[in-house]
Design a protein around this ligand. Sequence first.
Ligand SMILES: [Zn+2]
Length: 415
Amino acid sequence: MTSHPQIPTPAHTQADSMLSRQFGRETVNYFSSSPLNRLSFLRGDHSFLSAAVRHPATRFVLLKDLAPLTKSPSELYYAHYNDIRKLVPETIYDKSEEDIIKEYDSRNTIPQLVFLGLDESRKQDGLAWKIYTGAPCFALDVTPKGSEEQQSNSKDVISALEAQGLSFLHARVVMTFSADEAAVYAQSRALVDWNNRNSFCGTCGHRTLSVNSGTKRACPPSDAARVAEGKPAERPACNTRTTLSNLSFPRTDPTIIVAVLSVDCKRILLGRSKRFPPNWYSTLAGFIEPAESVEDAVRREVWEEAGVTLSRVIIHSSQPWPYPANLMIGAIAQVSDPAHETINLSHDPELEDAKWFSIEEVEEALKVGTSALGDGPSAEYKEGGLRLPPPTAIANQLIQSAVSMDFLGDKTSKM
Ligand SMILES: [Zn+2]
């Protein structure tokens, strides 16, 4: 497979094992394979977080309206504590989580901070905590909001950074970062967005509080702000507090995406929506519904959108897609009866067109016709030829794999 600077290359993909020989090398998709060790078990440990926030090696990914702060469109800017001192008090993790919930006052607002993990490649100047050493990494939402004081501090922080020539990268989908930075940005965006969307309790409608360093939200039982209004501090009963599940958790919405092979394996089924540029096709995709297996969702989507009936479905690889919270589960599937290959677009009018393309035509498009959705194709591309998504999209990886059959591995090896 051709190498691409934006495709992650974790060490495990090179390791030899019976499974890698049987099924081929693992496909690792853009936005996945973060260089950070998330250390999820330390998210509630405020002595660790307190040390991490103050440590000189610590870096912060800053988002404004979910746009990341960058040096250039291809490089994130990692801020130091000094850059954001006005927004994040050094004492932010001094109290225990239990006390913070107990003393909750909805008038005091602080920007959303999320602990992303430890960069263990930076051991030398890093933070050493128990057996873990590295540079801590956080995401911080610097969007001006909350109390007036917070808003003015946000604006000050933003203008000081912009004065250094840095800028927030506003793009519908950011696909220009290196593989490592894309994964860090994906985690930042997904969690900051989830926190923003869940600032009110889904059960009782009152304000929630970010806990577990930005990865859970609690509905506190009392709010000191109520006393100022002449009400008891205790809030009305909320069902989320009566059981163990008094927290809400980030959501991930599973989606299927599939490269479909014909009975003879000489053609691939692709479709296009109206918003795609001319001659641009991609793999079929859709949300998994409640009480549906991945394989059932693949069969249903392909039948609904293209009228094609599938037989065997295999799961190939997956891609986090932080717009806002999807997990694309990539599959390769095949039709087993020529009668099932007939395309019918009249069930669900989601696609403008669906077509079987020959492997040769697809191979040519993989060479000369790929680009990001808003960009033009390469200079070698011939007008009228098939165009496809870039290697940073799982659609491209599925198509490559279906064409080369590399997901089949070496079936003669049994050890
Ligand atoms: Zn509630």
